[in-house]
Write a protein that binds this ligand. Structure first.
Ligand SMILES: Nc1ncnc2c1ncn2[C@@H]1O[C@H](COP(=O)(O)OP(=O)(O)O)[C@@H](O)[C@H]1O
Ligand SMILES: [Mg+2]
Length: 257
């Protein structure tokens, strides 16, 4: 029997009169990789922002790892074990790789010094190298600041956080939208590694090839609603596009998984 890592019921977000997300019932099983697809403005990022505590939902419930959760902010979600990689990278340009990985959860030593705690750089560097190794990402010098890195390297650092902290759920919102072919391939390899490690993953993507290469299931959003929940093996690109455009409606949709 599979176990559920994430379940939303009736998840809804209105921005004033804009119904960005309406009644989303969504289930993710442990170890499962699911893609969220949909046209621009379909509500994909809004869905992600409600789950990750970036915004407060209008209504609905979120159960994460067996507990109903109300994250007050993204750090709350991260502490609970949700790592998020956004299209616009949430990395600090002026910091090096370990500092970025440990941002908000720095390792310290001599904690009895109270407010004068000392950052444990050695431990942070070692954990960083271990995390990067898991993702097979090559960063020439982790002491370089992020500002000097390519888009692909930056994205890999963001994703390496997931591997470093053994999170329970990784969410990627269009992680390769701004990347070149080779960098995209590198990110996709990390996703495969995460699958092998049993990590649960939600991948928001427009890239049909990528989605069919990487995930088990495809959930389609349209105008703020979930309109299809498709096993990869029972569907094809044409079918998915039909749901995205509304040529095919969600009459067959019977709720998540
Ligand atoms: N902060 C906001 N204020 C008002 N409207 C928003 C806000 N964020 C998103 N929206 C609207 O919500 C809808 C869904 O947006 P979004 O979730 O970004 O879609 P997607 O990620 O699928 O492209 C769009 O109509 C968008 O304009
Ligand atoms: Mg989006």
């Amino acid at each position: 029997m599979s176990e559920t890592i994430l379940e939303t019921k009736g998840l809804t977000k209105h921005y004033g009169g804009v119904h960005a997300l309406e009644d989303a019932d969504f289930i993710l099983e442990k170890g499962e990789h699911v893609a969220i697809m949909g046209d621009n403005g379909a509500g994909k990022s809004t869905f992600v922002r409600q789950i990750t505590g970036v915004e407060q939902r209008t209504r609905g419930t979120i159960v994460f790892d067996g507990t109903e959760v109300n994250f007050s902010g993204p750090l709350d979600a991260r502490e609970a074990g949700i790592e998020t990689v956004f299209q616009t990278l949430a990395l600090a340009d002026d910091l090096n790789v370990p500092d970025n990985l440990f941002l908000g959860r720095e390792k310290t030593m001599f904690n009895w010094l109270g407010p004068f705690r000392i950052l444990d750089y050695k431990t942070m560097r070692e954990a960083t190298l271990a995390g990067l190794e898991k993702t097979a990402v090559k960063i020439p010098n982790i002491r370089n600041t992020i500002a000097n890195m390519s888009g692909g390297q930056r994205q890999c650092v963001a994703i390496a956080r997931t591997a470093t902290f053994a999170s329970k759920l990784t969410i990627m919102d269009e992680p390769t939208a701004a990347l070149g072919v080779q960098e995209t391939a590198q990110v996709e390899n990390i996703v495969r590694t995460l699958k092998e490690q049993g990590e649960s993953l939600i991948l928001v993507s427009h890239n049909m090839r990528q989605v069919f290469d990487l995930v088990d299931r495809i959930v389609v959003f349209r105008r703020g609603r979930i309109v299809a929940n498709l096993n990869k093996d029972d569907t094809d690109g044409q079918d998915v596009v039909a749901y995205i455009t509304g040529a095919k409606t969600g009459a067959e949709y019977e709720g998540a998984a």
